[in-house]
Design a protein around this ligand. Sequence first.
Ligand SMILES: O=C(O)CCC(=O)C(=O)O
Ligand SMILES: [Fe+2]
Length: 240
Amino acid sequence: MGPDLAHVADASASDDPLCEPTPLPAEDALPGWRAAAADYYRAMETVGNALMRSIARGLGLPETIFDAYFEHGISTLRLIRYPLRDANAGVDTSGPEFSVVHKGETRSIIGREHADSGFVTLLAQDGVEGLQAKNLADEWIDVPPANGTLAVNFGQLLERWTGGRVRATRHRVIAPKTARFSIPFFYEPRVDAEIASLPLSGTESFEPFLYGDYLWEAATNFVEMSGIKHLRQPRKAKAS
Ligand SMILES: O=C(O)CCC(=O)C(=O)O
Ligand SMILES: [Fe+2]
């Protein structure tokens, strides 16, 4: 779900597939659902905004340095359900690419190792464990859900923007014993934000890029978006 869910008045027609309207269930099919989802989206924008400013302060930069990039941002709210897999479904998930031994038990990997594409991700978990993150020693650590908390993943955009000063959080999900639900909110800048090097000492500068161009390239590398890369061309002309 995109910003049109929560900022109905701002939504305008766009030829950019990254800004296409969110398909939503009919109001009478789920009364009140849209309003609740929109409230949640706006609340996560507020949290993302506070975190974005504290990251700026933590980097020794003015706290408002990122503000303008996030006005009319294209943050994404996703509702995920991991159904309980049927062990007898005839799918072999025994290889090391598909399963892992965790505390002596074999668990299949239901969310492959990756880092999110955006700036930061605010992740609500439903009380069922399974999320793991990689630490700097390349070890997997459990990120158990705790009431009233959000897990925060740093995204690849933040890593690139900060010249690698902040590392994107690599994470994955291993199968729990019951179905699992999670609600990630990917906090993202505006589609036409021009991302350029920050004044951070000791980091390499990079060629500026448009967030939308970067996001399309990154998102269409994920398996659920494969095969559609050709549907959007970069909007920024290459300098050469
Ligand atoms: O379900 C989770 O806890 C993680 C989901 C996730 O990593 C993602 O959607 O990018
Ligand atoms: Fe993720």
